[in-house]
Design a protein around this ligand. Sequence first.
Ligand code: PMP
Length: 366
Amino acid sequence: MTKIDDLPVRDELRGQSPYGAPQLDVPVQLNTNENPYPLPEPLVARIAERVADAARQLNRYPDRDAVELRAGLAAYLTDTTGHAVTKDQVWAANGSNEVLQQLLQTFGGPGRTAIGFEPSYSMHALIARGTGTAWISGPRNEDFTIDVDAARATIAELRPDVVFICSPNNPTGTAVEADTVLALYEAAQAAKPSMVVVDEAYVEFSHRASLLPLLAGRPNLVVSRTMSKAFGAAGLRLGYLAADPAVVDAVQLVRLPYHLSAVTQATALACLEHTGTLLGYVEQLKSERDRLVVALRELGVEVTDSDANFIQFGRFADTHAVWQAILDQGVLVRDNGVPGWLRVTAGTPAENDAFLGAVSSVIKEL
Ligand code: PMP
């Protein structure tokens, strides 16, 4: 049987495994930071209507520039952040992973480098590898905040072309202060200048405001967002960015023509019409997240402060054994490979109760 390494694949892909959390069929799945609430029925009906309209024109290519959708996303950002954003500042793609890939195809690539502060979202490094961009793993403090002085020094020394800042950070849940972003942006401009990408996939769950207003007067800053989490539409595959209009022009140099299908655009527009209801679910998830933090601490479990729809908890001498013991109780959480720590996504109240029950019995055995 032919194996991957028998093929003439690029050297940097040899021996690697594809990214992906285990998709196990267990009763309570709290491992991929999904929104546990299915889309409400009136929205499902609206999607069907909009998709039917799109289907009548599927003989034609979709709107290549997704203008109506970008205008809708710009209005959503303006309404929720109070910072005026226009459609010329917004770009959309199939999930924010594709947005990040397009950014690295545009601003990274062979001979260029990107930095992230780890532990963080591991796809940043993997998309760097996939685009031939060298990766630098930057430092974090013990409490998982970014070590600003160390980060500034690393940027000054290694002069990366792209700086990733994930806020709230996956897998730790840590929000990043605006002052930290400003300090790193200044350092990155002095060193190169380079692009600074703030990944706000989970920002709707944060106790703090979005960093989006920092875009004003900073053409090398990008904020990336997704409909996979707060909008509860991970299956839709819709991510987007906000930045200076020049950044939107630049990513169009690498995007595939007609990359966003007419079905995707129609579905995303229907979701935007129901923003109010969907953000109501976000409020429920935020209070469930906060309940989980308190309950875990009451059980004597260590928890990193969370601004996301997930919580990092620990510390365990044998992380994998604890992960397995929780799984044996029918609850799937995530082992992100951060020594001592696991991650759980906030689910419905019943799912969270099942998780707390599992943890409470597992730690008694430790
Ligand atoms: N950024 C972060 C920090 C994430 O955790 C994820 C998904 N797990 C993404 C981006 C990508 O999400 P999507 O491609 O579904 O928009």
